[in-house]
Design a protein around this ligand. Structure first.
Ligand code: NAD
Length: 363
């Protein structure tokens, strides 16, 4: 168990997710118990690095650091393939325990925002797991480097996910129509729940939509709003025999030992870092399961907040147009994957790295 997040600095740089991060900052206030990591993956001095903030309790704080590193790296890939002129970063607030009081929460949120200010606009952040819109507003009262107010960015994540699912259906079934297809959605939070707003009616009465969340009340609320969904336990959701498995909870759910249990044709979800490691993508490819790379699928939220940062006025049509380009990127990945018999995540990584490397040459 690691009590300190900074630990031995050589230990940090030897983590597999370190990947030569430009900056990793550890923030700790012993008096209040506030602790946080801000990681900036590939800083580009001309543009800021974007990455939402996660608020979570990790039993071992080194897992919070690893989460920040991996998520930040993923943001660089996401930005590159979404065609955005920004780097990748991530903020994680490490809760000392699962449940904290409202006053502690408010204190941590404000303390965090004041530390974001220290980075002077090189790090722009918004909402991720564990953060609510009210928290974001509190952050904004302290820092101008907080985004996610012009629009509901999560709605665009869900839209991008919906369009990605349609693209994957087209690839596998020669029809993007979700009607009559079957789905298993893991996680009914902002993204998983938001997806149902798009999918439920278009999938229609002949479809089957299995859902699961560890938060029982969220399952009940979802069942009330979308009566045809079929709740199953957290253990059973990934074992359903369906056309599409849709991971919308936390990352790391696609593991070597779970690939054999999947009875699905497609995996396309909003969760970040779904693959335990890149070679799980190879296993999925060999098993004939079409994996839509997570950071391509879930780029809608980043596209929306980047647009907010980049423009003085909001245009929903402009954001939607950019989000609706996600299927074009996915189609290219699926085509190259087929032509080269290479896992889709490998193809996507290669495409994104080509973009980084070209930028590096111009520096
Ligand atoms: P959220 O906190 O609103 O929802 C996550 C849900 O997953 C919660 O309801 C939680 O109870 C549930 N959950 C956790 N573990 C679970 C398990 N084992 N089985 C079933 N349910 C479980 O978060 P969100 O904003 O919906 O984000 C979901 C995922 O999408 C995260 O990985 C996040 O990083 C990623 N993501 C979100 C956005 C966005 O716009 N919000 C953008 C890109 C990526």
């Amino acid at each position: 168990m690691h009590n300190s997040i900074s630990g031995d600095i050589t230990e940090v740089s030897s983590l597999s997710d370190f990947d030569n991060h430009t900056l990793v900052s550890f923030i700790e206030d012993k008096e209040s118990g506030f602790r946080s990591v801000i990681a900036v993956h590939r800083a580009n001095p001309e543009v800021p690095s974007f990455g939402a903030t996660r608020l979570w309790h990790y039993t071992d704080s080194i897992d919070g650091l690893k989460d920040a590193l991996r998520l930040s790296r993923g943001m660089s890939y996401k930005a590159a393939l979404a065609g955005l002129q920004c780097g990748g970063a991530k903020g994680v607030i490490l809760l000392p325990k699962k449940d904290i009081s409202e006053s502690e929460r408010a204190l941590f949120i404000k303390e965090y925002a004041s530390r974001v200010n220290v980075l002077g606009g090189n790090f722009i952040t918004g909402i991720d797991v564990g953060i609510q819109q009210e928290d974001l507003e509190k952050m904004r009262s302290v820092s101008k480097y907080i985004v996610g107010f012009n629009n509901n960015s999560t709605e665009f994540t869900a839209l991008g996910l919906y369009e990605s699912i349609r693209t994957a259906l087209e690839e596998v079934f020669n029809s993007s129509d979700p009607s009559g297809r079957s789905f298993a959605i893991q996680g009914l939070g902002k993204v998983g729940g938001g997806l149902l707003d798009f999918l439920y009616d278009t999938a229609g009465e002949t479809s089957k939509i299995f859902v699961s969340d560890i938060n029982e009340s969220l399952v009940e609320m979802t069942k009330e709003k979308f009566p045809r969904v079929i709740p199953v336990s957290a253990e059973e959701i990934s074992k359903q025999e369906v056309d599409v498995f849709v991971p919308c909870a936390l990352g790391g759910g696609l593991r070597h030992d779970s690939v054999k249990d999947f009875r699905v044709k497609i995996i396309a979800g909003g969760a970040n870092n779904q693959l335990e490691d890149e070679s799980v993508g190879d296993d999925l490819h060999e098993s004939g399961i079409l994996y839509a790379p997570d950071y391509v699928v879930n780029a809608g939220g980043l596209i929306a907040v980047f647009d907010e940062y980049d423009h003085d006025t909001y245009s929903r049509a402009r954001v939607e147009t950019a989000v609706r380009n996600i299927p074009n990127v996915l189609k290219k990945i699926f085509t190259e994957s087929k032509l080269e018999n290479l896992a889709t995540n490998r193809v996507a990584n290669r495409m994104a790295e080509k973009i980084f490397n070209e930028y590096a040459k111009t520096r």
